[in-house]
Design a protein around this ligand. Structure first.
Ligand code: ZN
Length: 95
């Protein structure tokens, strides 16, 4: 199983879509819309894996339901928090 498939497996309640983003959005790695998570399939597998985790953190935490410690994350800190968790957990899936 490739790393992104392991994440899809673990977070099966979300629908992951691996798509090409428009050329003018080359800098975008992923985004989330409800239960749908879109990942830039032109990124490296390492980046895609990290992006999957990043978007999952948004999905799980931005609404105020934090799996980690049950505290809500203020919107202003959501990006920092998502990056932090994704870069911490990505090794688990790439190993
Ligand atoms: Zn983000």
């Amino acid at each position: 199983m490739i790393p992104t498939e392991r994440i899809e497996d673990q977070y099966y309640k979300y629908r992951f879509h691996f798509v090409s983003f428009p050329e003018e959005l080359y800098f975008l790695h992923g985004y989330i819309n409800g239960m749908d998570i879109y990942i830039n399939k032109n990124d490296s597998i390492e980046k895609q894996t990290e992006t999957c985790l990043h978007e999952v953190v948004h999905a799980e935490c931005d609404t105020g339901k934090n799996l980690m410690d049950h505290r809500s994350i203020k919107t202003g800190r959501a990006e920092f928090f998502a990056n932090h968790i994704a870069s911490r957990d990505v090794r688990r899936y790439l190993s």
